[in-house]
Design a protein around this ligand. Sequence first.
Ligand SMILES: NC(=O)c1ccc[n+]([C@@H]2O[C@H](COP(=O)([O-])OP(=O)(O)OC[C@H]3O[C@@H](n4cnc5c(N)ncnc54)[C@H](O)[C@@H]3O)[C@@H](O)[C@H]2O)c1
Ligand SMILES: [Zn+2]
Length: 382
Amino acid sequence: MNAPDGHDRTRTVRLSFAHRVHFTRGAFDRANDALPAALADDAAVASRRAVVLIDEGVRSAQPDIEDRIRACFASHPARLPRIVAVETVAGGERAKEDMRLVDRVIELVEKHAIDRKSFVFAIGGGAMLDAVGFGAATAHRGVRLVRLPTTTLAQDDAAMGVKNGVNRFGKKNFVGAFAVPYAVVCDESLLSTLPPAVFRAGFSEAVKIALLKDPAFFAGIERVASAIAACDLDASSPVIRRSAELHLAHIVDGGDPFEANEARPLDFGHWAAHRLESMSAHAVSHGDAVALGLLLDCRYSNLKGWLSDAEHARIRACVAALGLPMRHALFADTKRLLAGLEEFREHLGGQLTVTMLRAIGHGFEVHELDADLVRRAAAEMA
Ligand SMILES: NC(=O)c1ccc[n+]([C@@H]2O[C@H](COP(=O)([O-])OP(=O)(O)OC[C@H]3O[C@@H](n4cnc5c(N)ncnc54)[C@H](O)[C@@H]3O)[C@@H](O)[C@H]2O)c1
Ligand SMILES: [Zn+2]
């Protein structure tokens, strides 16, 4: 149907997706119902096929994991798909450094006849989930992805999202796709083998979202920060779940899941974080980089007079109690650091939009940064 002037009319394409998220412990135990429950919407699930991919870090820390997964699927033959392949794949940022893992997922989808109703299960950290998710989003233009995040960061943030991708040209997440996972099952018992630094690093994302949206949650993190630093899972669990809930709510109810707008409100502290990761050739993990990036932007907010000295001191004390890094030598290289701002703007398009802090629980957007003040804040953290 054409408008009178001959141009096609603009229509709106509306899409809706189920976003199924379950938290549990012991997901592969015979008596645990989380995995079958997560797939229960598909009445024909037993006739589907599944490729299971395991992060190499998880595989080496939990050598019996494949046996446990196979036993779990075998004990629910009517409620879970049939496993056609289990493979160990790269974990950590290495998984995202090139297209190899993405290509491998696409090959496996072809080799094992995974159709668009069949499944790729990805069991691993945020980096591996990002790369596998990109492969799963592009093979057949999207097969079903079930994420089982195995790090604190992946459970409290990354696995909730609809973003998949890998790094190119030394730039984080340069290539990727938005795709909603079929299901996310967070098994907290999988976190038990995390190295302490990886365990702690995930809580920078919880601090970030508490600072942006929820002062009571921030106070809750303060109360258990030293237990988190000691990797106490029972103390950490409510923080992981609340952070996941807030990240999920932002995606589901925030009105911009595929980031059409210029603002990316959840990326508080991330312009510098992504830059530090690239500048350090990923020696600084994402979680640690976020802790450093948010401290930088908190200090900037404080120097601008937006954030009070008292609240600024509280934030620094909380990050310290969590055992997260507070300074890094790369902050001395302010020229390269500031180039990250342009990279951040270019990734989103339009004008620069960075989130800053007015108070704990209250983020707001700015469209320019005072380079001298950024340099001053960075110099203090070098
Ligand atoms: N898609 C998103 O919305 C989103 C959001 C936040 C972060 N991310 C991305 O997530 C990545 C960081 O993920 P991460 O913090 O989970 O770290 P990671 O995936 O890099 O994993 C860290 C290390 O822990 C190992 N590991 C994972 N689980 C383990 C376990 N249970 N026991 C022992 N070792 C284990 C891994 O093999 C790896 O060596 C970054 O690339 C970041 O950009 C994505
Ligand atoms: Zn992040």
